[in-house]
Ligand binder design. Structure first.
Ligand code: B12
Ligand code: SF4
Length: 502
């Protein structure tokens, strides 16, 4: 039985009622800002919330919508996707803007557009349809698969460019109807070097925008109890990263390295009624004042969460501050299974740092240490996994240990761009070897090798792979549907990923 429309609206109203900081308002220049994953994920995205806040701050209306938890209930009850603030259909807004974090969210892009009654393919839209603008973390590596769906993609950090884009678009809308969309796109492309307009630029991607340091930090105007980051006030402690891990799209060459937000500015922005603070950034623990910041917030009685902890930055004082700020699990990343692989990907984490992390977990009475890892790196062999088994066993004798494992996927705009996917069977076999070796001693959780294969095809792909997303979604979205859609592609794109499926 599908849920009736009113129940779907009531679910949204209940979420809005539980939010702090929601703003409502009317105005002629309206943007629907849509997240192509559910509310839980979208409301954890500081980039999405920053863009929302900035559009509002410029006097325009920005209303949020998300991929519904149960899209089928919307389809069955013929409820068009509507915004959280005014419950207006997303398709009625002149501009629909989407934030896309990573490759597998492309399915959500197709779904939200269809639920809004907007043809997903840009070529099938007319001037009656909204202008579709996209941006988000995916643009730091390879937004080409978005090309079939987007009218314009804003590359990189959009704290400033979103305003320029909206000024140009609404300006063109005011000047008249016929050919308006084309005029708006031309104006955006002329005004913004970082705007990618697929109909004008072909496959040539423009540069990635970098925000002025004075524009930082990003912070969220809204808090909600309905996310992993429950009731957290999210703000940025720094932007970008000064390190150069060779697989990472946020390495220093992408957006000019790390830009720090001064401690006083961070502390000054935390609202008096906040109980929890989330300090976000690619490399938050590299902030030279991070221990002071966490300690000061903890002394004010606040809980603090950090989006990333580098193992070589952990020391007694810092972990003590984290404990005081409510940490139960110390989460960090070591990435390569062995020291040889960590060196190969220029990851600074060494065994001695991970040892110290385990010891600090124990000394400060934290519940456990969690390490993020990759399997399937180029040149990896069973011996590397065996080294991990030995090392993780050692660590688990010091403190309870969990491993969070993701298969390696090579990304554009990194030195490891173009490397093949290790193969589903290879990754699964290595995971099995790891699980067997650590059975009963270490909790091992891994993301799917199959979906990593899809992610790789999209990360390395272009328009054709992007177009295949719609076929996969229409065929039900299972892995089989994706495999079929991607394997049916004409042999025009780099095929290395597809040829290694085993
Ligand atoms: C905090 C964080 C998370 C959080 C919050 C989720 C989120 N979506 O933000 C959690 C823990 C949930 C998470 C999960 C994941 N994450 Co994460 N995450 C981060 C991190 C460390 C910070 C993000 C952030 O808030 N930055 C600060 C804000 C201000 O920057 P921003 O988000 O990029 O937003 C700017 C632009 O992108 C743009 N923008 C954003 N939205 C929009 C919308 C429009 C319309 C426009 C025009 C522009 C625009 O303007 C913003 C302001 O400048 C980044 C690294 C980084 N970017 O620093 C990784 C990062 C985004 N995550 C990444 C990944 C891979 C994941 C996961 C897939 C991990 C996994 N295997 O499960 C999941 C995916 C979940 C999901 N659907 O997003 C990758 C994405 C890389 C890629 N595309 O290849 C990154 C870049 C890390 C990395 N070094 O590889 N992540
Ligand atoms: S993996 Fe982390 S430390 Fe390494 S470059 Fe990326 S953001 Fe920086």
């Amino acid at each position: 039985m599908s849920r009736p429309r009113e129940a779907l609206r009531e679910e949204v109203r209940a979420r809005v009622r539980d939010e702090v900081g929601t703003s409502f308002g009317e105005g002629p220049e309206r943007v629907a800002l849509v997240y192509p994953s559910p509310y839980r994920t979208g409301m954890s995205s500081l980039g999405f919330l920053q863009i929302h806040r900035l559009i509002r701050a410029s006097g325009r209306v920005a209303e949020r919508a998300f991929l519904p938890d149960e899209p089928e209930a919307y389809r069955r009850s013929r409820t068009p996707l509507f915004t959280y603030e005014s419950e207006r259909p997303v398709g009625d807004f002149p501009i629909v803007a989407l934030s896309v974090a990573f490759e597998l969210e492309l399915a959500g892009v197709v779904e939200v557009l269809e639920l809004a009654g907007i043809p997903p393919l840009a070529a099938e839209r007319t001037h009656h349809h909204p202008l579709v603008v996209m941006g988000g973390p995916l643009t730091f590596s390879n937004p080409l698969p978005l090309a079939p769906y987007a009218d314009v993609v804003l590359m990189g950090e959009c704290d400033q460019s979103i305003q320029v884009c909206l000024d140009q678009a609404f300006g063109a809308f005011q000047r008249g109807r016929a050919g308006t969309k084309e005029r708006a796109l031309r104006a955006i492309a002329d005004a913004l070097p970082s705007a990618f307009v697929p109909t004008l630029h072909g496959d040539e991607l423009p540069p990635i925008a970098q925000a002025d340091v004075d524009e930082l930090p990003a912070f969220a105007a809204i808090r909600t109890p309905h996310t992993e980051l429950r009731d957290m006030f999210l703000l940025e402690a720094e932007r970008g990263c000064s390190r150069s891990c060779s697989y990472c799209v946020m390495r220093r060459s992408t957006n000019g390295g790390m830009r720090l937000v001064p401690m006083e500015k961070i502390l000054g922005l935390v609202p008096d009624d906040a109980k929890r603070v989330g300090l976000v950034g690619a490399a938050v623990s590299d902030h030279p004042k991070i221990a002071d910041i966490v300690e000061t917030l903890a002394d004010r009685g606040l809980e603090v969460g950090l989006s990333s902890l580098r193992p070589d930055r952990l020391n007694d004082r810092f972990v003590g501050a984290l404990k005081k700020a409510g940490y139960r699990t110390l989460t960090t990343a070591s990435d390569g299974a062995s020291q040889r692989l960590r060196d190969q990907v220029q990851r600074k984490a060494q065994e001695k740092h991970l040892h110290r992390a385990a010891e600090l977990t124990r000394t400060h009475g934290l519940d456990r240490l969690k390490l993020y890892m990759m399997v399937g790196l180029p040149t990896e062999e069973d011996a590397d996994v065996d080294e991990l088994v030995g090392f993780a066993t050692e660590l688990s004798r010091i403190a309870p240990l969990s491993l969070g494992i993701a298969p390696f996927v090579s990304k554009r705009n990194t030195p490891m761009d173009g490397l093949p996917f290790a193969g589903i069977k290879v990754v699964e076999r290595r995971l099995e070897r790891l699980r067997e070796g650590l059975k009963g001693r270490v909790d091992v959780r891994a993301t799917s090798a199959r979906w990593a294969w899809v992610e790789h095809a999209l990360a390395q792909g272009g328009r054709h792979e992007g177009r295949a997303v719609m076929d996969a979604v229409h065929a039900g979205g299972s892995f089989g549907a994706w495999k079929k859609a991607l394997e049916a592609l004409p042999d025009k794109r780099p095929r290395r990923a597809l040829s290694v499926v085993s």
